[in-house]
Design a protein around this ligand. Structure first.
Ligand code: SF4
Length: 402
């Protein structure tokens, strides 16, 4: 079956929403097979699982890719902060969590409806990673439900990361409904010593303001209210295209799009941060007083070794400016512990910095010694257990509000 006017796609997406899906969309299997998850999955060993019908273990051969499956319907169920019980696990509940149970029911209803009303055979894509779940995020991205952020989470404009996903393969060649291509720029030109992203993603490329505004208008017409600007390095936006940092201009233009109500920034780089963005934040109500700015460390020697182009003094001055110019601004950061050369003293300096700064959100990662990075030439001299202990100590300390 081939769709010509998108009516079938709209009917299917509409049906999923009428059954309770918060978001729904369609992606092509062919595109899914070109995604990163397929590339990685195809190299993975077969998984072992337990066959409930027999007392024997058997080798599971992964996802069954049938030639007749041409499209995937993927949908999301919002898991709002106010309803944590949707995700409470219980062996006594069929489906184990209420959210999962709802989605299983939706999947069954959708498959029966498709068969009876549209003559389309469909097969559920199991949510366990090894049986199909590995493809849900890429399907959702390809179907236009959201983008995959730097932390490998699906970020949707409407609900952020608070969604659970499900998918079904369909024996129908349908037009894809996505993806939401709202990354203002891609790639990275920075030389951070510990990071292989520039090697994998290539150099920084900004998209023109005009193109992004027209994309935002289309999304707003579809009911999207929130834009989350995700990039490796928003600080650099515009330098390659306009020979100047143009993030503030982009924000003003996006804020003028009717229907868009919130704009949030994810991943700015501290060095060269365009300070005119602070004025836009302060004066433009649609731009959230929020910044996600990975700082990685505070010790000047380590920042130098990390090739971050900044130091302790400049970092502190930047944060001070954020808070002075945008009162109440929420700051999120990420830090690395266990980087080569991080002595006890330097670690204590980092802890003290966190205590003083009182970030609103923070992620902490143990340094990973990656081949093909500049830092790989350094001696990975912090024992793994210490990295883990430091990281866990941080996380638990954060929960206690250090
Ligand atoms: S850490 Fe971020 S800014 Fe640095 S090279 Fe990697 S992606 Fe670019």
């Amino acid at each position: 079956m081939k769709s010509h006017d998108n009516r079938i796609e709209k009917t299917i997406v509409g049906k999923a929403k009428s059954l309770g899906a918060s978001l729904a969309g369609i992606a092509r299997i062919e595109d899914l097979k070109a995604s990163k998850s397929y590339e990685i999955y195809s190299k993975s060993p077969f998984y072992e699982t337990y066959d409930r019908e027999s007392p024997n273990y058997f080798k599971f051969k992964g996802v069954e890719w049938r030639a007749e499956h041409k499209s995937v319907l993927v949908w999301a169920l919002e898991h709002p902060v106010s309803e944590p019980a949707l995700d409470w696990w219980s062996m006594k509940v069929p489906g184990f969590t209420p959210g999962n149970r709802m989605m299983r029911r939706q999947s069954k209803q959708l498959r029966i409806w498709m068969d009876e009303e549209l003559g389309i055979k469909a097969l559920s894509l199991p949510y366990q990673i090894e049986f199909g779940g590995a493809f849900l995020k890429d399907s959702a991205h390809l179907a236009g439900l959201g983008v995959i952020g730097k932390n490998n989470l699906l970020v949707t404009p409407q609900f952020g990361t608070r969604v659970r996903l499900r998918g079904i393969f369909m024996e129908a060649e349908l037009d894809p409904t996505g993806p939401i291509d709202f990354d203002p720029c891609e790639g990275c030109d920075r030389p951070c010593s510990f990071c292989a992203i520039p090697l994998m993603r290539g150099g920084h490329v900004s998209k023109p303001v005009k193109e992004l505004v027209s994309e935002a208008e289309k999304l707003a017409a579809e009911g999207v209210k929130e834009l989350i600007l995700i990039a490796q390095d928003l600080t650099y936006y515009g330098l390659d295209l306009y020979r100047r940092r143009a993030l503030a201009d982009l924000l003003r233009e996006l804020a003028a799009v009717e229907g868009i109500e919130w704009i949030r920034l994810h991943y700015a780089y501290p060095t060269g941060f365009p300070l005119d963005v602070l004025e836009v934040m302060r004066t433009e109500p649609k731009v959230c007083n929020y910044i996600d700015i990975p700082l990685q460390h505070i010790n000047t020697e380590l920042l130098k070794s990390m090739r971050r182009g900044t130091n302790s003094e400049k970092t502190r001055a930047l944060l001070k400016r954020f808070r002075e110019e945008v009162p109440g601004m929420a700051i999120r950061t990420t830090l690395i512990v266990g980087y080569p050369g991080e002595t006890r003293e330097r670690f204590e300096e980092l802890k003290e910095f966190v205590r003083e700064t009182r970030f609103d959100r923070m992620g902490c990662f143990a340094y990973s010694h990656e081949e093909n990075t500049h830092a790989f030439q350094l001696e990975d001299d912090v024992p793994e257990e210490e990295k883990e202990t430091a990281m866990l100590g941080y996380q638990s300390g954060l929960l206690k509000g250090i």
